[in-house]
Design a protein around this ligand. Sequence first.
Ligand code: ZN
Length: 674
Amino acid sequence: MPDIINPDIAKKVENLRSEIQRHNYRYYVMDDPQISDAQYDKMMQELIELEAKYPELSSPDSPTMKVGAAPVKKFEQIKHSVKMLSLDNAFSDSDILNFDRRVKEGLMTDEQILYTAEPKMDGVAVELVYKEGRLVSASTRGDGETGEDITSNVKTIRSVPMLLQQNKKEHIIPARLEARGEVIISKEGFKRLNEDMLSQGLALFANPRNAAAGSLRQLDSKVTAKRPLEIYFYGVGEVEGISCKSHWDWLYVLKELGLRINPHIKPKINIDAVYKYYKELEQMRSILPYDIDGMVVKVDSVQFQNQLGTKARSPRWAVAYKFKAIQETTKILDILVQVGRTGAVTPVACLESVNIGGVNVSRATLHNEDEIVKKDIRIGDTVLVQRAGDVIPEIVKVIDSARTGSEIIFCMPQNCPSCNSQLVRDEKEASVRCLNDTCPAKIKAQIEHFVSKRAFDIDGLGEKLIDQLVEKNYLASYADLFYMDKAKLEGLERMGLKSAENLFEAIDKSKNISFARFIYALGIRHVGEHIAEILASKYTEYEKFCGAEYDDLKNIKGVGPVVAKSIVDFLGLEDNLDKIKRMLGAGVNIRYEENRKNTTLDGKVFVLTGTLETMTRSEAAIKIKSLGGKISESVSKKTDYLVAGKSPGSKIEKAKAANVKIIDENSLKILLES
Ligand SMILES: [Zn+2]
């Protein structure tokens, strides 16, 4: 006989579930959280504990399902009641004009057609089925007719509600709703995921889409639960209990039911506006937090959609208007090897310069020797090169048909191209390394890293100047930067009195530095910005960090054994500790406090307008978000600060009307640094 559960506890569990669901909705769908992450985590933890203590109270609809269920052997199949079609592509303005013409012909009308345009997110298409408001199944697109049952994996996604929301009394929860969406990983989530994979010694993902696909197809949903997956809904399959007249109405219904839609959808616009929005979206592409590869244009009227019908694999009423190719063909002129700051030797292809999506590309990484062998890349080959987002350009494949027979097979050198010491192969990582600590190429790369924007941020120390300084033995390590002789510097090529003075000023200014940046600047293998931040928040003094032990480091969340070993190896070298001491001896001042209270802007909503002078708006946005603040596109009563740069436009008036505090760039900087 099970114990009879105290009704108060059952009530408490019920309350926690509905509160968590409500906060998920505020956070993901409304983009307007009302509690801090810490408060949210606390509620979740309480619910997990109660459900563990009283298993009788557990429920498949509970938000605790987000931690994952028992692993499965293989995925079952799910048949879609309405085929999940793919979309035809449009690559040019004339393609889109033709699409509009075909739509009008199909409808036998000359009247203007209204379209809904939405960003084409680069992820994995899925279908979720809600019965009487409960999530009952989720599947991949598969071949369009049948997909794989990934229900327990999809349940782990935080932006997926287990229960549909009934916002207002008059809103109906449909008897059946098949909601279609795109599962993605944001650019930031991708960066962190790969850092995490690296720290566990696992293979990295090539891009956010691969990472999303791989994470969704995990047989163990507890693994999926740890991946930063997100979902955006874009349409419906079969629905019982609600009907809509237009695509935009459907999207609105989805949002009202608690299913997140993309905030950049433009509803009910004519074909001219479609063009205009395409250009805008292409501009926005790089600052959006996730990858998009085009715009989806759909005939808005459902009646028109039905009249137009579908072809075998794609509807006649929708088209994917793709952005300019981010792949181009070019020729490999040579293959060089580069020595990185940790001694890793990577082959790099020198390319005949080619414009890819508006950027000139003349180099592409080849990762390692295995990659070259696998893709059979030779000097002189014609290759397909790809540039995706902020990623370094890479070679997709060799165009075999362009081979003439004069191509040269590349061999990885046995010795370091810089110091000639014997290279060592690391089988596990398929990499080759120079182990010489006095290797000039390594020192140069370390200094370049040390002075870079996210480390000491020293202006005026470019690659060429660093080369000279190292070659002339003025610098044997980054610590020497703080002991340079101004007189010697003035004598260098392209270095006058004024630029030497500027450089010294920049070095002096950089001495005041946060502990996270300081750790990042040291250039410890596997220690990126994120891990540096974790370390800086754990160790409140540099002495404690320098004395950190493997076991302590290994157990820090986000660090793990591989990174821990690398840190211990670094700190185990007397020479490295000596560099740290010399830097501090030269007046480098580490600021510790900002690690402890890096939530100064917690929940504050910022709107940015006009041109900023010392940073771009997206840089400002990143900084604000990193301190816990939020960015909004438009001014409302909920806005805390309007940051007004040059030529701020109409937002100022709105802010005044809404009584929102208006600050300039300088005040923003003070806020960010306080
Ligand atoms: Zn070397």
